[in-house]
Design a protein around this ligand. Structure first.
Ligand SMILES: Nc1ncnc2c1ncn2[C@@H]1O[C@H](COP(=O)(O)OP(=O)(O)OP(=O)(O)O)[C@@H](O)[C@H]1O
Ligand SMILES: [Mg+2]
Length: 263
């Protein structure tokens, strides 16, 4: 890895795809491995139910949803924020430092007003904060909305996560096309990650190729992942030799990112 802060090291990577395909799991493992390599890393929990936060072993606090609520409901808060730019407010009050990984949490938009307000804070937060990190990893909510509505519009890499189903692949294609037509503003790379793959799933790999999807990662079914989730244990505590962790290391290598060291 070159010196942190160099322009070419600043990468924004979003993981998107059909519900339940493994976006949060893979984001958490990627974050763990990149942090091990000393990357200055921002993880973004962009899914209102706050799953990445728990997968990283953190507790939800200082969410953008809470910040928005304070700003809307409490005129004194507004005065206290005063002349500070909202970018500074987000950096100082919404970023959680976890030791190795900084975390920005979307959270719920409670209180009056529609949901777009908090998504706008998210967009603004990502765009301004990403400049300060080597790598920004975004765990998107399921489906197309955040891409379609340009909440996440400046990316370097869009990772489309699919399970081992044709439905998952079709959602990936749909997302790719939406991003191309409406969402993303500059040149970016699109890749497919097949997760929870039993065996090699050669048929799915062929289908992915036929659909024009560039397969960058193949993550096997890993009983430990499911077990950790069942027990409520953070994904980042998965043992280094877990099949999913080993496969994510390969994925990072394919993305030309530091792959993490085995301990
Ligand atoms: N490689 C894997 N092997 C076994 N189980 C997995 C694997 N990856 C994910 N899972 C399980 O699949 C479920 C969904 O995973 P995860 O929450 O990461 O998906 P998601 O795409 O973030 O879901 P959502 O769309 O709800 O945010 C979880 O119960 C998780 O334990
Ligand atoms: Mg998730």
């Amino acid at each position: 890895m070159e010196k942190p802060g160099e322009e070419n090291q600043r990468k924004v990577i979003a993981l998107a795809g059909k519900g339940g395909t493994g976006k949060t799991t893979l984001t958490a493992i990627m974050a763990k491995l990149l942090a091990q390599k000393g990357c200055h890393l921002l993880a973004v929990d962009a899914d209102p139910p706050i799953s990445l936060t728990y997968a990283l072993g953190a507790e939800p606090k200082n969410t953008l949803g809470e910040l928005r609520k304070r700003l809307i409901e409490d005129p004194r808060e507004k005065r206290e924020i005063g002349d500070r730019h909202i970018r500074e407010v987000i950096r100082q009050e919404a970023v959680i430092h976890l030791g190795g990984v900084d975390l920005l949490i979307l959270g719920q938009a409670e209180g009056p007003g529609c949901f777009c307000g908090v998504n706008e804070l998210l967009k603004f937060g990502i765009e301004s904060l990403a400049q300060q990190y080597d790598i920004t990893l975004i765990d998107c909510e399921a489906g197309i909305e955040q891409i379609n509505r340009r909440v996440i519009s400046r990316l370097d890499t869009l990772l489309l996560v699919s399970d081992a189903t044709l439905k998952g692949l079709r959602t990936a294609v749909y997302l790719r096309d939406i991003a191309e037509k409406h969402g993303v503003e500059k040149e970016y790379r699109v890749g497919l990650v097949l997760n929870r793959v039993p065996g090699g799933a050669a048929d799915l790999q062929e289908q992915a190729q036929a659909l024009g999807l560039d397969l960058l990662g193949l993550i096997p079914t890993d009983d430990r992942v499911a077990e950790f989730d069942r027990l409520g244990r953070p994904t980042v505590l998965l043992p280094e030799d877990s099949p999913s962790v080993l496969a994510v290391r390969d994925l990072l290598t394919r993305l030309d990112l530091p792959a993490g060291s085995r301990t």
